[in-house]
Design a protein around this ligand. Structure first.
Ligand code: DGJ
Length: 542
């Protein structure tokens, strides 16, 4: 008799094989259609993160009470600084005990990590350089302002600075590979932090001045030629206004002015950072990114940190930085959607490593994932909360966690939209399949007590299409009505609305919503202050 195939055993073997295959594999970025996903242990992963305050990971003691708080907020990832001055306080003598402690505790608490390399630059300055670098300013020269005065900013034009930073970074990457390569706790590394020149638009040190008089490097010119039609408008304009030159020094190619100082400086910051990232990836190829302090309107380069990885310099950073996987915005500004649009373009995936930990973060975290396929979101100084179990962010993260398999499967098909609502912008109209969705803030319902408040909390929803007439909607503080996009004479009704949760990939219904909860079949609603997932089936009638 032929042996009977035991399908359960076969499935288990395949799963174990897949698990083991993925286990020793470093997390990586994978482009799927228009979307880039972070793959962790073989599955797409969305970072539900939080970044620690700058000094919180500088000693093991203060970190101990923080880990449970982070778990209580449903984070799956913590962004943790690694300080050059602490891992190499004596030149060439490395102490990796702090990153080791962070990895060990993260594992114990079921969390992943993103390390932030506070190396040569942290918010423009070089405050995290070890004392031997700071004191050795002859060997490790500083950037100078336009008046020739040295700043506490290491010059990116110095080979010594680059080699010293690189050596330390390589040591860190070696350590992560050896200590964590099998387990994959560390998902990505941010190289440096908020790079940018102050108080002048460029470095005016002798090394920098020498580079400024030289020809614009050929790889930048080639990039400009190859991407002429898509260049950021201000860069394109500077190049056009000077006759699209393909040779000459920086002022010959881009004209004289602060904008050229900034382009020049961005190129050399990016070349430096790219070399660090490249060296690190040769040791352990984790995804690597850089973050930017966003410029405010009507400020000149140098009044804001000039030459950082900003949208108007994206081409320069991309041309100089092939080892840098993406540029990321830090949000302490208004205009969330505008800046997200500026970063989520030209194949640059959106990841938000910092956002002020304010009342808007829960809504924005969901919206960034829904509308821009964000790789993740991470408020700054996440440990500062006193009530981690009650944080709206934690409630929103709990929803995104449940939806992660569905989101990552459907985002590739373009079947997801996000709606963000505030008092100033209470309504968004979205198209999804054959439907037009009118999404409004929960307080637009005049009978809710909150409608009369002066301040409305920011709210949001994710809408995922799973069938021609079927959608999952999740979030907080949103009311949605549905119409057919093309045929307004045919009415759309709610056939069925369920509230529930995902257990793994299985949908479990907890309540059947109707009556007051759907305004007697008129709309889908998640009240302000409630966090839920609903499945809605629509139908049409005449
Ligand atoms: C942005 C920086 O990247 C952080 O490290 C921190 O300094 C915050 N600003 C403080 O608001």
């Amino acid at each position: 008799m032929a042996p009977r195939l035991n399908y359960a055993a076969l499935l288990l073997t395949v799963c174990l094989f897949h698990f083991n295959l993925c286990k020793g594999q470093a997390p990586f970025l994978q482009q799927k259609g228009e979307t880039t996903q972070l793959i962790v242990e073989g599955q797409p992963f969305i970072i539900l993160g939080g970044e620690l305050g700058n000094s919180s990971a500088s000693a093991a003691g203060p970190m101990r009470p923080i880990w449970p708080k982070l778990k209580a907020m449903n984070l799956n990832t913590v962004l943790v600084p690694v300080y050059w001055e602490l891992i190499e306080s004596r030149e060439g003598a490395f102490d990796l005990s702090l990153p080791r402690e962070a990895i060990t505790e993260a594992r114990r608490n079921g969390l992943k990590l993103v390390f932030l390399w506070f190396g040569s630059w942290k918010n423009s300055m070089s405050c995290y350089a070890p004392a031997w670098v700071k004191l050795g300013f002859e060997q490790y020269p500083r950037a100078r302002d336009a008046a020739g005065r040295s700043q506490e900013i290491l010059s990116p034009f110095s080979r010594n600075v680059l080699e010293a930073d690189k050596r330390a970074f390589e040591q860190l990457m070696r350590f992560i590979r050896d200590f964590d390569g099998e387990t994959g706790t560390v998902l990505m590394v941010q190289v440096e932090n908020e790079i940018g020149m102050l108080p002048s638009a460029r470095d005016h040190s002798p090394l920098a001045n020498e580079a400024f008089d030289k020809a614009v490097p050929a790889p930048l010119i080639e990039y400009l030629q190859q991407h002429k039609a898509q260049l950021a408008p201000t860069l394109h304009e500077a190049w056009r206004a000077n006759g699209y030159k393909t040779s000459g020094n920086w002022e010959a190619v881009f004209g004289k002015g602060l904008h050229t100082d900034e382009i020049f400086m961005a190129w050399f910051y990016a070349v430096f950072t790219n070399e660090i990232a490249e060296a690190g990836k040769k040791i352990y190829p984790l995804p690597m990114f850089v973050n930017a302090a966003l410029n405010r309107p009507n400020r000149k380069p140098g009044e804001y940190p000039s030459a950082g990885p900003l949208p108007h310099l994206m081409d320069v950073w991309k041309a100089a930085g092939p080892a840098i996987d993406f540029l990321a915005p830090d949000f302490y500004n208004p205009d969330f959607e505008l800046w997200c649009e500026r970063y989520a373009r030209r194949g640059n995936p959106l990841f938000i490593p910092e956002h002020a930990f304010d009342a808007s973060v829960a809504a924005k975290a969901l919206y960034a994932v829904a509308q821009y396929d964000a790789l993740g979101f991470s408020p700054f100084a996440i440990e500062s909360t006193e009530r981690p179990g009650e944080e709206p962010l934690g409630k929103m993260y709990a929803l995104i966690r449940q939806l992660m398999p569905l989101i990552t499967a459907r985002q590739v098909q373009g079947a997801i939209r996000g709606a963000l609502a505030s008092k100033a912008a209470p309504e968004t109209v979205l198209q999804l399949g054959r439907y037009e969705l009118n999404c409004r803030h929960g307080y637009t319902l005049s009978w809710t007590p909150g409608a009369r408040l002066d301040d409305w909390p920011m709210t949001s929803a994710i809408i995922i299409q799973t069938g021609e007439d079927e959608f999952y909607v999740a979030g907080s503080g949103i009311v949605i009505t549905f119409e057919l996009s093309v045929d307004k004479n045919t009415s759309v009704g709610l056939l069925k609305v369920e509230e529930g949760r995902f257990e793994g990939r299985e949908w479990k219904v907890e309540r059947h919503l109707n009556g007051d909860q759907t305004h007697q079949g008129r709309h889908l609603s998640i009240p302000v202050g409630e966090y839920s997932i609903q499945r809605v089936q629509l139908y049409t009638y005449k």
